[in-house]
Design a protein around this ligand. Structure first.
Ligand SMILES: C[S@@+](CC[C@H](N)C(=O)[O-])C[C@H]1O[C@@H](n2cnc3c(N)ncnc32)[C@H](O)[C@@H]1O
Length: 380
């Protein structure tokens, strides 16, 4: 059986060979920080379960430590309250509300952020504290502040950081407010996603500073953006290559809704193939066009439901090789999605890296191929 130090070395080598760990100082951080002190017991998804069920992998059980050093996200809380130690036996269901993000993504993001010695960095979403520990090891305790919304999660992270001898500044609170007392910062990194850029961040990061954050929404589509702050309250940036997703910041989560009831509406042919919403970027474009809608369904049978207005859209094959859409309510969800998907298709269905974002006093806009290209306003 391998020891923690051996598994850390093996993970470091794997990430180095995979190209994730070019920087020797980040390599040293991975070798030094025992991830198991941060994760403890964790949830593992039971493959093929519908609805998704998890079982607990308990500290010390066979495979626990190897799981800790796999390059995988480890779920550590469900539904904003259930921790692995709360589950006596069997399996449990619930939505994922805290985790230790997979190490390759944590390290890739720290490097994409361009965080260097001497930078003051604000992290949003401490979670288990593992990414915080890597950051504090590399940048120094005094240069890192991390904010966690959930006091129980934040308390466990604080204990783990103390156990490894690190003392970054920790805040329990809503990271969407940033750190009103601690700025200005050179860098801000978020390991929860947002529907739009919280305005306090754009005042707490210095002009010329960077913000790395995943934009997501109520249809569960995600895109990682790197922005440069261009002035107080202003920033611009691009979306990055790859496929990054994070759980949404708790205050940005969609409101609770009743069980789905499909209602009658106006039917017409669909001008786009609804299966395009199954594409990584296609689903994100649809979410930009209808940000208050939740996307359900699959394949050619898509359902969009905006609980705030009662608007619905649902598509189906028409039996002749095309598709129909039924829409109801004040927001014609499919009209909007259709136009956005057609703009994206006209550009050749590019990945998100051809999109950018501009934030100013006038609003927040995501655009394709330049500010003059097709664009969508974020729901601030
Ligand atoms: C993916 S986990 C963080 C992973 C963590 N960086 C790690 O490596 O262990 C996301 C965390 O963001 C936290 N979170 C959600 N909304 C937040 C908010 N508004 N402010 C601060 N933290 C928030 C969640 O409670 C959760 O612990």
């Amino acid at each position: 059986m391998s020891t923690s130090a051996q598994l850390r070395d093996a993970l470091t080598d794997k990430l180095t060979e995979g190209g994730t760990l070019a920087d020797p100082e980040w390599r040293a951080a991975v070798r030094a920080i025992p991830r198991e002190l941060f994760t403890g017991a964790y949830f593992r998804v039971v493959e093929g379960s519908i609805p998704t069920a998890c079982r607990v992998v308990r500290e010390g059980e066979p495979g626990w430590l190897e799981g800790v050093y796999s390059d995988e996200t480890l779920i550590t809380q469900l539904d904003g309250r259930v921790r692995p130690d709360d589950v006596a036996e069997g399996t449990v269901t619930g939505s994922f509300s805290s985790s230790s993000t997979l190490p390759s993504l944590v390290l890739r993001m720290w490097q994409q952020l361009g965080a260097e010695t001497g930078h003051r960095v604000l992290e949003i979403g401490t979670g288990t504290g593992y990414s915080t520990a890597l950051g504090a090891h590399r940048l120094g305790d005094a240069n890192l502040t991390s904010v966690e919304y959930d006091p129980v999660v934040g308390g466990a992270a604080a204990a783990a950081l103390k156990a490894v001898g690190l003392a970054p500044r920790l805040i329990i609170g809503d990271g969407l407010r940033g750190d009103p007392d601690g700025g200005p910062y050179d860098r801000l990194i978020a390991t929860c996603s947002v529907r739009y850029l919280p305005l306090p961040w754009l005042h707490q990061v210095k002009p010329g500073g960077k913000i790395l954050v995943t934009l997501s929404g109520w249809s569960y589509a995600n895109a990682l953006a790197l922005l440069e702050v261009t002035g107080p309250g202003e920033a611009t940036g691009r979306f990055l290559p790859g496929y990054t997703s994070f759980m949404i910041a708790r205050p940005h989560d969609r409101p609770p809704r009743p069980a789905l009831a499909l209602l009658p509406g106006d039917e017409r042919p669909s001008l786009i193939d609804p299966t395009k919403l199954g594409d990584w970027t296609g689903s994100w474009v649809a979410q930009l066009a209808a940000p208050s809608a939740e996307r359900m369904g699959a394949g050619a049978e898509q359902i969009l439901w905006d609980v705030s207005t009662g608007s619905q859209a649902r598509t189906a094959p028409d039996g002749k090789g095309g598709w129909t859409v039924v829409q109801r309510g004040p927001v014609r969800l499919w009209d909007r999605v259709e136009q956005a998907v057609r703009d994206w298709q006209a550009a050749g269905e590019p990945h998100q890296e051809r999109f950018g974002i501009t934030v100013s006093a006038a609003g927040q806009r995501v655009w394709l191929d330049g500010e003059d290209g097709p664009g969508w306003d974020l729901p601030i």
